[in-house]
Design a protein around this ligand. Structure first.
Ligand SMILES: [Zn+2]
Length: 304
């Protein structure tokens, strides 16, 4: 399986990471060496140990009996992704860079939104399909967060879909916004919000839409704070986003609004919305960006 490369030369000019920043390569793994296998927290102990031996990684962190594993991604580490420079060049290293910055941001920010301890998540990159504690998933579902194993799953081919069928510009900040949104779901899971809601309802004011808009808001809060996140030597991971990059992230939020997606399919029906409209998604991203994570209580808001 070929590694995802950067198809659009124009976006390679956008250097959002500081070249010297040191990234945490433990936050992202690529699943399964082309075999399409990744393990999640719900896999049996024997299978985890066996796969752990095959991959030569320590998966014992997953054996927490199903409750809140300190998430350790399984699969191949991305050893080439140790610097900010690598994140500017390579789409998979950009995921590592985003995850490193997000973890630092939420370590500092989580106490303002949750009254328990922050626990990290991690990202599993995959191609084709992947086995998770939430079941087997294919690339067709797009990036997702699995609450049962507290991991984010991402097929970087999704970025091509963003630029192609979904019609977004899909620049570097937009790519990271997608990860920040999934990380936002992890935050809602940690705070207990995710397990408390009614998952059955749909529509523009449903709990499901509120949860998605909360993730957009958390993503916006990170974008605003990202340039303040630093490695151990004090080097900021990211430069402050440009107006063009912020517009690009908003464009992505808009492109994956339910109404926009339904428009392309032919008929817009708000009662079936699960993620919110383009306008709602942009509004809540902006709310997080301008007012921070504490402004992201979408469940208390009358007007979404
Ligand atoms: Zn979501």
């Amino acid at each position: 399986m070929e590694r995802a490369t950067e198809p659009d030369v124009a976006y390679r000019q956008i250097m959002t990471f500081n070249d010297d920043a040191r990234l945490d390569t433990s936050k992202v793994r690529r699943a399964g060496g082309g075999k399409g296998i990744a393990v999640g927290g719900g896999v049996g102990v024997v299978a985890i140990l066996l796969i752990g031996q095959l991959l030569g990684v320590d998966l014992s962190g997953l054996l927490g009996g199903g409750t809140a594993p300190q998430s350790t991604a399984s699969g191949e580490p991305l050893d080439r992704c140790t610097t900010g420079a690598s994140a500017n060049e390579d789409v998979e290293c950009r995921v590592v860079g985003a995850a490193t910055s997000l973890d630092d941001f939420w370590t500092d920010t989580y106490p303002s939104v949750g009254d328990n301890r922050y626990a990290s998540t991690s990202v599993t990159l995959f191609s084709g399909q992947v086995q998770t504690a939430c079941g087997r998933a294919s690339s067709a579902v797009g990036p997702f967060y699995c609450p049962a194993d507290q991991m984010i799953y991402l097929d970087t081919d999704f970025y091509d879909a963003l630029r192609g069928s979904l019609g977004a510009q899909g620049g570097s900040l937009a790519q990271m916004y997608v990860i920040a949104h999934e990380w936002g779901h992890h935050i809602s899971n940690l705070t207990g919000t995710m397990s408390a809601i009614d998952r059955e309802g749909t529509g523009p004011k449903s709990d499901g839409v509120r949860l998605e808009l909360q993730a957009d808001c958390f993503a916006g809060a990170w974008v605003a704070g990202a340039s303040q996140t630093r490695d151990e030597a004090g080097t900021a991971f990211l430069k402050a986003p440009t107006q063009a990059e912020i517009a690009d992230a908003l464009d992505t939020a808009s492109a994956i609004g339910d109404d926009r997606i339904q428009e392309r399919a032919g008929q817009v029906n708000p009662e079936t919305w699960t993620h919110g409209s383009s306008e709602q998604r942009q509004k809540w991203f902006t709310t997080g960006f301008e007012r921070g994570a504490t402004a992201c209580d979408t469940f208390a808001a009358d007007a979404l």
